[in-house]
Design a protein around this ligand. Structure first.
Ligand SMILES: Cc1cc2nc3c(=O)[nH]c(=O)nc-3n(C[C@H](O)[C@H](O)[C@H](O)COP(=O)(O)O)c2cc1C
Length: 142
C-alpha cells in the first residue's frame, strides 16, 4: 500500500473558536489513530498548516472531508508526495499552538512579518515541518 504525505494551508473561519479547535483535535486523534494516519496541526492564529501522513486511501479520504469542513476555508494543497519516513510518527495529530512559532522559527520562514503558510513552496513547507519536529519536539502536544 502506498504511503503519502500531504501538506496544506487554510484560513480559520469564525466557526472555529477554541472549543471547535479542541473538538477537531479530539476527533482527529481518534480517527487518525484508527486509520494509521499521523501528522501535525499548526495554527498561528489565523492560519492552519497541517501535515497528514499515512496510507494513500486514508489520507485522500481525510483530505476530502477536511476540504468540506466549514471551520476553515481557502484549503490549499502545498505538497502531496510519496512519504518515505514519517516525520510525525509519534503523533496521531500533534498540535503546535500559536506562540511557539514566534520564538525563533518565524524570522526564517515569515520574511520578517507574520507567519503565512500560503507563501511557502512545497519544499519550504516540508523543511519548516522537519525543523519544527527537530527543534520544538517537546512543544508539540499529543
Ligand atoms: C483544520 C482542520 C484539521 C482537521 N484535521 C483532521 C484530522 O487530522 N483527522 C480527522 O479525522 N479529522 C480532521 N478534521 C475534521 C474533519 O474535517 C471531519 O470533521 C472529521 O474527519 C470527522 O469526519 P466524520 O464525521 O466523517 O467522522 C479537521 C478539521 C479541520 C478544520
Amino acid at each position: 500500500m502506498h504511503q503519502v504525505r500531504l501538506i496544506y494551508a487554510s484560513v480559520m473561519t469564525e466557526a472555529c473558536d477554541t472549543e471547535a479547535l479542541f473538538e477537531i483535535l479530539k476527533e482527529s486523534r481518534a480517527n487518525n489513530a484508527a486509520n494509521k494516519v499521523t501528522g501535525i496541526l499548526c495554527y498561528d492564529p489565523a492560519y492552519f498548516l497541517q501535515c497528514l501522513e499515512g496510507p494513500r486511501e486514508a489520507v485522500n479520504a481525510l483530505y476530502a472531508a477536511i476540504n468540506n469542513d466549514p471551520r476553515h476555508k481557502n484549503v490549499t494543497l502545498l505538497e502531496y508526495a510519496d512519504m518515505g519516513d514519517r516525520i510525525f510518527g509519534d503523533w496521531s495529530m500533534g498540535f503546535l499552538p500559536s506562540g511557539i512559532l514566534e520564538k525563533d522559527l518565524l524570522p526564517k520562514y515569515a520574511d520578517g512579518g507574520a507567519f503565512n503558510p500560503f507563501a511557502l513552496s512545497a519544499e519550504q513547507a516540508r523543511a519548516f515541518l522537519i525543523e519544527v519536529v527537530e527543534t520544538k519536539r517537546e512543544d508539540i502536544k499529543k
